[in-house]
Ligand binder design. Sequence first.
Ligand SMILES: NC(=O)c1ccc[n+]([C@@H]2O[C@H](COP(=O)([O-])OP(=O)(O)OC[C@H]3O[C@@H](n4cnc5c(N)ncnc54)[C@H](OP(=O)(O)O)[C@@H]3O)[C@@H](O)[C@H]2O)c1
Length: 345
Amino acid sequence: MIRAGIIGGTGYTGAELVRLLSFHPEAELTYITSRQYAGQIFSDIYPALRTIADIEIEEFDLKKAQNRCDVVFTALPHKIPMEIIPGLIENKIKVVDLSADFRFRSIKSYEDYYCEHKAAEYLEKSVYGLCEVNSHLIRNASLVGNPGCYPTCSLLGIIPFIKHKKVNCDDIIIDAKSGVSGAGRGLSEGTHFCSVDEGFKAYKVMAHRHRPEIEEKIEEIADQKAGVCFTPHLIPAVRGMLATIYMRTSTDTSESELRNILCDYYKNSRFVRVLGEGEFPNIKNVSGTNFCDIGIKYDNGSKRLIIVSVIDNLVKGASGQAIQNMNLMFGLDEAKGLMVPPQAV
Ligand SMILES: NC(=O)c1ccc[n+]([C@@H]2O[C@H](COP(=O)([O-])OP(=O)(O)OC[C@H]3O[C@@H](n4cnc5c(N)ncnc54)[C@H](OP(=O)(O)O)[C@@H]3O)[C@@H](O)[C@H]2O)c1
């Protein structure tokens, strides 16, 4: 059994890790931490998990993590993981970090959009945990930077076409929508029921931190500068994320050729489902699961490829993908513990 710990286990991604790990056949939860809730029982905070996760929450202590964990998930706000992860790695504990601290290759990009990096030497050692693209690297990694939710949703749609050099990467438009759980469990005026219910708004237009992450990953594959115009929106839903991506093709092509590229890229993927002609995905169909559903349309006249991609921000966009990464890091089937059937209704 893999002994798993969650640092920052009482937030939304932490709770989702607890839910999924509770039924993982080859992992057991041995350590959950939080500052505010230390000493309390996890299922008292999240009563849906009563009898499933009646585990005591503790304060973080490196020695305890060292004695009890083979892998640690850091489900913390950025800046905190970089302070504790070096200690975990030095003690031979594998780490999947859900924050942005170890996602970037470029220190400058991280520091321009987040804060000063105090463990920058670990950026080189970390692997970007987009499982469908980097599984060969993740298998040998001891530190994985789990991708952001918008980057996961967007890059899974974009990367197959970049790899086939079918699209221009200097003019990509991503119009994306997220459920409110994307903002985490902390209280804020913008996420009040009255602010969100029956509302629908754009936020952080061209100023969202996930844009440089998306651009960096496209540039690494395309080996040229990427230009992404990124507009995120908040929708009145708890979970779910949809990205509509517009790209111009660089060579003569057709919708069926483009669909074949996508189907071929994901032919062995357990979690990416490519939809048929005229079909477009719905966040409802992936809710609570690690699936990413993708539909495409090609407009011959404008040479524009339109990709619609959906995930559950808390699962494929965070905790599900983090467990998929753990599975790869420990040589397991990547889908172990993650084949939760979607709710059909
Ligand atoms: N929500 C999403 O959809 C999503 C998707 C992808 C990635 N992420 C990333 O995943 C990470 C966690 O997100 P979340 O949505 O789960 O956040 P959250 O709901 O706000 O939970 C944060 C957790 O970290 C702990 N914490 C907060 N401040 C801390 C500090 N200064 N020192 C130590 N512990 C602290 C909190 O517990 P205490 O305050 O009790 O310690 C809590 O357990 C973030 O980096 C976020 O960007 C989130």
